[in-house]
Structure formats: C-alpha cells, structure tokens
Design a protein around this ligand. Structure first.
Ligand code: TXA
Ligand code: MG
Length: 324
C-alpha cells in the first residue's frame, strides 16, 4: 500500500479499477468506481461484507441527481440543497449509471456528496461516482484517521489518501426517500433528525425495508464487550462486570460518577459534536489496551448528533451472534 495526499494518483488508481481509501468528514471510505462491477467486487471481498449489503455511492458537488437516480422527488432536491456537501446519505431509486453490484442488487441507491476537501478533489478528478463503505472490516469500528485504515486494511488497498482526522467522526445520516410519501430515518448521523424534519416539513418515520448492516443489532463494535448504560449506572455496572473493565464517558459524567480511583477510563469531551469526533478512536484505544469490557455512558439527551452516539453505542453493545 502507498500512502499520501496525492489525489491525482488516487484518481488514477480508481480509474483502472483499484481500491483507494479516502477521508470524508464522517469516517474514511474504502472506494471503488461505482460504475465497474469488477472494482466493486474487490470492495466486498476486502471488507468481508455480504454481497447483498448495499454500498453508499459518493458523488461530486453539483452532480445531477438524475444521472444516478430515477424519479427523484422534490424532497430529495430540498435535502440535497440544504445539506450537501455534508454528512447525509439519501436513498433513491437507482439510476442506470450505478452498477447493480454497488447496491447489492437493490433497486435503490444511497447517494452522498461528502464535504471533506480531499474527497471532493478526488471525486472531481476521477469523474465517476465512488462506491465506498466505511474502510473497516465488516461489523467493526469505522476508521476516523488514516492510521486506523492502515491498521485494518493496509495490505488490501493500493492507495491510502491521508486527510487527517475526520471532523464529524460518526457515519452519515441515512434518509430513505425511495418512497417519497414515507420518508424514513434509517441511521442517525451528522445531520440531526430535527434539521431534516425542518427541511422536509414532516416527521421522519422508521425503516420499513430490509435491514441494512449499519442497522443490524451488532455493528460498529470493538473487540471488547460493550455495555451501554445510563450515566448514573456507570459505577454499579463496572462493579458487576469483573476484571479488565474500562469506563468510556464524557468528562462531566465521569466526574460525577464516584468511580473507584483505580478503574481504567477514557474521558470524552462533554460537547456532543466533540464526543462524536473522539468516540471511535477511544473504542480502538481501549481495544489496544487489552480491556475486556467497556462500560459506556449513553447520552442523557439524544438531540442533535447525540442520537447517533446513542445509536452506535447501543449497536456496539448488541448481541454478537456471528462472533465478528
Ligand atoms: O458516513 C458514511 O456514510 C460513510 C462514509 C465513507 O461515506 N460510509 C458508510 O458506509 O458508513 P457503510 O457501507 O459502512 O454503511 C452504509 C450503510 C449501510 O448500513 C448500508 O446498508 C446502508 O448504508 N445503505 C447503503 N445503500 C443503501 C440502500 N440502497 N438502501 C438501504 N440502505 C443502504
Ligand atoms: Mg460501515
């Protein structure tokens, strides 16, 4: 693997069907040309992802939605103009320019214009949409730095575009508008439910279609077992959990929790935006320390990006039927 900041080289790797990991404002993506089935097959192989699980397709700013989607409703154009470039994925009916393989055979496609300047430069240079899941093995914690990507997938990608630490830190919000009469929030993320409902002028429903991997009970999981609890339950949960336990919570929650002084911990920032930015690196750090159990504090107030933090902690704590 080569690593650097050369978007021209990265674009040439993509153009010949290779894999490039690249930064977005949410998390790093594992990218391939979304119009080439053989390039997309490599993404599924490297990620260890079931072939029926759709990838998000990244497009350049100003790209015409109608090139990549059919029957685009006015609500999608309104969301796109309000939040793109940015951490929002919109599910629409798939257009012809997107290979069916990229969407796991689904007749819908998730589209997103990322706001990271390097991602935009890459999309503009390569001139095709880029299909990209988060650049981690299936089910694991998404990478928010180039080092995370190198540790997870370093041997399997041709080029790693290093754009520093991601500014949002959790994955994009996913809104399903493939049935425009029933907009649904499939995954909370960097754009909040309240912001979306304001632009849509209607409440968002819950998912009605088949489950996507990011919505499986266990996903976004570190190696250590995660127990997600209310802030006032941290100390009692830690006592019950046994040896090699660590606490993961915002500073103010830790300060108020009366924890035993020898109990391992990572204190996250109190502001939800900063907490989201630091969350995945902290989960990785606790794995690196060899912790067996992470007791994580759920946000007390789940407005804004805190809804995404709560969602990811709950999924990290979910049952792990397949052992991954
Ligand atoms: O922030 C993000 O969204 C990052 C960056 C790289 O853009 N990408 C990301 O991709 O999180 P991934 O593949 O790890 O998660 C994408 C989620 C999955 O849960 C997938 O099933 C869902 O989006 N998804 C993608 N296309 C879909 C579709 N057509 N219908 C329903 N769900 C879809
Ligand atoms: Mg992912």
């Amino acid at each position: 693997m080569q690593r650097g900041t050369d978007t021209t080289l990265a674009a040439s790797v993509l153009a010949r069907g290779g894999l490039v990991a690249f930064p977005t404002e949410t998390v790093y993506g594992l990218g391939a040309d979304a119009t080439r089935p053989e390039a997309i097959a490599k993404v599924f192989a490297v990620k260890g992802r079931p072939a029926a699980h759709p990838l998000i397709v990244h497009v350049a700013p100003g790209a015409a939605l109608d090139e990549y989607a059919r029957d685009v409703p006015a609500s999608a154009r309104a969301l796109a103009s309000a939040f793109w470039p940015g951490p929002l994925t919109i599910i629409l009916k798939r257009g012809k320019r997107i290979a069916a393989e990229a969407t796991g055979g689904s007749e819908t496609v998730g589209l997103r214009v990322p706001s990271h300047p390097m991602a935009i430069e890459l999309l503009v240079k390569v001139g095709v949409p880029i299909a990209a899941p988060s650049a981690n093995r299936f089910g694991r914690v998404s990478p928010t730095t180039a080092d995370h990507v190198a540790a997870d997938l370093g041997d399997d990608i041709e080029y790693l575009l290093d754009g520093g630490a991601c500014s949002v830190g959790v994955e994009s919000t996913i809104v399903d508008l493939s049935d425009a009469s029933a907009p649904a929030l499939l995954r909370p993320g960097g754009v909040s439910r309240a912001e979306l409902e304001r632009v849509l002028a209607q409440p968002l429903g819950a998912r009605t279609s088949t489950p996507a991997p990011g919505t499986l009970p266990s996903h976004y999981a570190p190696r250590a077992r995660v127990i997600a609890v209310a802030p006032d339950q941290l100390a009692s949960a830690a006592r019950a959990a046994g040896a090699r336990v660590a606490i993961l919570a915002p500073h103010s929650v830790i300060a108020g929790a009366k924890l035993p002084p020898d109990l391992a911990r990572i204190a996250l920032p109190d502001a939800p935006d900063a907490e989201a930015r630091a969350l995945y690196a902290a989960l990785r750090e606790l794995d690196a320390r060899g912790v067996d159990t992470i007791i994580a504090a759920l946000p007390a107030d789940t407005s804004g990006v805190a809804e995404a933090i709560a969602d990811r902690l709950r999924r990290a704590a979910g049952p792990r039927e397949d052992g991954t």
